[in-house]
Design a protein around this ligand. Structure first.
Ligand SMILES: Cc1cc2nc3c(=O)[nH]c(=O)nc-3n(C[C@H](O)[C@H](O)[C@H](O)COP(=O)(O)OP(=O)(O)OC[C@H]3O[C@@H](n4cnc5c(N)ncnc54)[C@H](O)[C@@H]3O)c2cc1C
Length: 572
């Protein structure tokens, strides 16, 4: 045993206060361990705070109670067809088996509670076992006022996701706001959230009605506070303390007051959110050209991965179809002059009257596929024609009706967005192509062909509208295909989208108990990983809504249960 001086002793040290780390810390505290969380940033939440907060938990109780039947067996078939047998097959089996129970555990013992999303199709419904409803859950909205002064400690969502400079809105709020003059119920709901927001602003810097990912991390943080689990802010984990056998005994934190050595009797959990902002790992693991943008929290710099490597851990990069979970983003210009990123997740691409083209002016994808699949298609297209960026093309009438990126529906005056360069507009397609530097003949040809499909309702080239997901995000009031409408009346608009990731898929190799594995596939004593520090159990695939947060929560639970001695080492 190494003799060392310790500044603090605990059972479990959790590095990173995102959804993965906070779940592990919370469960460990419930199971009777003494826990300390160290966080690099000055706020909790990480990328999770800016996320949509959806978890993919097939067979969850909340959906079943609401009448949405599903079975983990069907989900297993789906994952088997999508991913196949690989080194994380066992992790997936455990994930599907434990997922519903973990959510019930949290609902029973903590303030972390979820609601069923109902209809929310898996992203590849043309594969056996895919579900249409019942698998996705979202956190219940959370009242940030319950945190008192610590509300300031919750990382806010990205500005582009808030209205009026600080009001969070979920999907149902958006439906109400857009329909506020067509229904009394929607008007009342819209008025109530706006009134609440205006009242909040008398006391707080932003609205306290937290939705989506902010509700998830708010609930986790609140539950940790109730159990008196300390979160040490601006205290990144910097180094391990190990004995001669390599067992991790504790860690050194780099705090403003200097190094702090913490003994962790039951282990250290790495939950530092993955390597998104580490140029070396980006270059090593990501496809070429490496995505120029990332939506991950700026503090996620691969610290967990780098530290794990110092302890001889192996990295799970072989079995991955890709190194990240992707989304196309447009680059916004904020009022203060800084740049922001808007993820084109669900609101615009599937709507009727929009196509995506490469520099040859050619379509390359069913525009309504998942954000992850869209970027994979960008990479395939880029092999033959410049697709970085890809261009979203539509009429300006489309923007007024559905919005485009960060431009909200009902926006008729685009001057501000044209001036900032966020969107380009021209009266005819040829001029638009010239403006953005793509092939005019190719674009004209693509639009003419697409418009023919819009009349028949059948996209013969890419099948836009064929997937449940397409129609879910399309316009149900439009026919014959809710995702196809002609692009024929100018002015026309073009918006550039680039590949980015919402999280990393490649990560540290672990067993299904989250124990970090060395090059010989043996667990390194005292070391766990979860969240995006852990190599994704989906091996780079993106089956449905909640593909990263579902595993972050379920395996955060398993890491803590193992450390607390509540899981048999051979439980699987
Ligand atoms: C716009 C958007 C929408 C998304 N929507 C969804 C969704 O609906 N469903 C879904 O499944 N996924 C979604 N994601 C992805 C999801 O948010 C992330 O995959 C998830 O947050 C990862 O959780 P984590 O706990 O591993 O990391 P994070 O949430 O990033 O937290 C990591 C924490 O570790 C801290 N940290 C970093 N280095 C150190 C260090 N050295 N010491 C201590 N702390 C450290 C960071 O500061 C951070 O607080 C979305 C992402 C974005 C950007």
């Amino acid at each position: 045993m190494v003799t060392t001086h310790w500044d603090m002793e605990t059972d479990l040290l959790v590095a990173g206060a995102g959804p993965g780390g906070m779940t592990a810390a919370l469960v460990a505290a419930i199971e009777g361990l003494n826990v300390v969380v160290c966080e690099k940033a000055s706020q909790v939440g990480g990328t999770g705070a800016t996320s949509a907060g959806t978890l993919w938990i097939p067979g969850n109780t909340q959906s079943r109670d609401a009448g949405f039947e599903d079975s983990p067996e069907q989900a297993a078939k789906y994952l088997d067809s999508l991913i196949g047998e690989d080194r994380t097959s066992e992790h997936r089996r455990v994930y599907l088996r434990d997922g519903p129970g973990v959510i019930d555990y949290l609902a029973e013992k903590t303030d972390v509670r979820f609601l069923p999303c109902g209809l929310h199709p898996d992203y590849r419904n043309n594969i056996e076992g895919a579900g249409k409803s019942g698998r996705a859950i979202i956190p219940e909205n959370f009242d940030g006022r319950l945190l008192g002064r610590d509300f300031e400690r919750v990382r806010p969502p990205i500005p582009e996701f808030m209205l009026m400079g600080g009001m969070m809105v979920g999907k149902l709020d958006i439906v109400s706001l857009l329909g506020r003059y067509r229904s009394v119920v929607k008007f009342k709901h819209s008025a109530s959230i706006v009134l609440r927001y205006l009242t909040d602003r008398l006391r707080f810097r932003r609205g306290t009605r937290l939705v989506m990912g902010n509700a998830l991390v708010g609930r986790l943080f609140y539950s940790l506070k109730k159990r008196n689990v300390p979160v040490l802010f601006e205290s990144p984990i910097a180094e391990f303390v190990r004995d001669q056998d390599g067992t991790v005994l504790g860690a050194v934190l780099a705090t403003a007051e200097g190094e702090k050595r913490i003994r962790a009797r039951k282990g250290v959990v790495l939950a530092t959110g993955g390597f998104a902002h580490n140029p070396k790992y980006r270059e090593a693991f990501m496809p070429q050209p490496t995505p120029p943008y990332s939506l991950a929290a700026g503090s996620n710099a691969g610290d967990g991965l780098a530290l794990a490597e110092t302890a001889d851990a192996s990295v799970d990069s072989d079995s991955h179809q890709g190194a990240g979970f992707w989304t196309p983003v447009s680059v916004t210009k904020r009022d203060d002059g800084t740049e922001g990123l808007f993820p084109h997740l669900a609101m615009d691409r599937a709507k009727p009257g929009l196509i995506a083209v490469n520099a040859a002016g050619r379509r390359f994808v069913n525009e309504g596929v998942s954000y992850h699949d869209f970027v994979e298609a960008m990479y395939r297209s880029h092999e033959t024609a410049d697709t970085m960026p890809a261009w979203l093309i539509c009429e300006t009438r489309f923007i007024a009706k559905y919005g485009l990126g960060a431009i909200h529906p009902e926006t008729r005056n685009l001057t501000k967005h044209i001036r900032s360069g966020y969107v380009q507009v021209a009266d005819d397609l040829g001029a638009l192509a010239d403006l953005v530097g793509i092939d005019p003949a190719g674009l004209q040809d693509s639009v003419t062909r697409h418009n023919r499909f819009a009349l028949t309702g059948v996209d013969e080239d890419f099948g836009k509208g064929d997937l449940e997901l397409n129609r879910f995000n399309g316009d149900p009031s439009h026919g014959p295909n809710p995702c196809l409408a002609p692009i024929e009346a100018g002015p026309f608009a073009a918006m550039a989208v680039w590949p980015a990731e919402i999280g990393c898929s490649v990560g540290i190799s672990t067993d299904p108990d989250c124990r970090v594995l060395d090059g010989e596939n043996q667990p390194i004593a005292g070391l766990y990983a979860c969240g995006n520090d852990m190599g994704s159990v989906m091996s780079g695939a993106y089956p449905g809504p909640g593909t990263t947060l579902g595993p972050a929560v379920v395996f955060g639970w398993r890491a803590a249960m193992h450390a607390a001695g509540r899981l048999s080492a051979n439980a699987v």
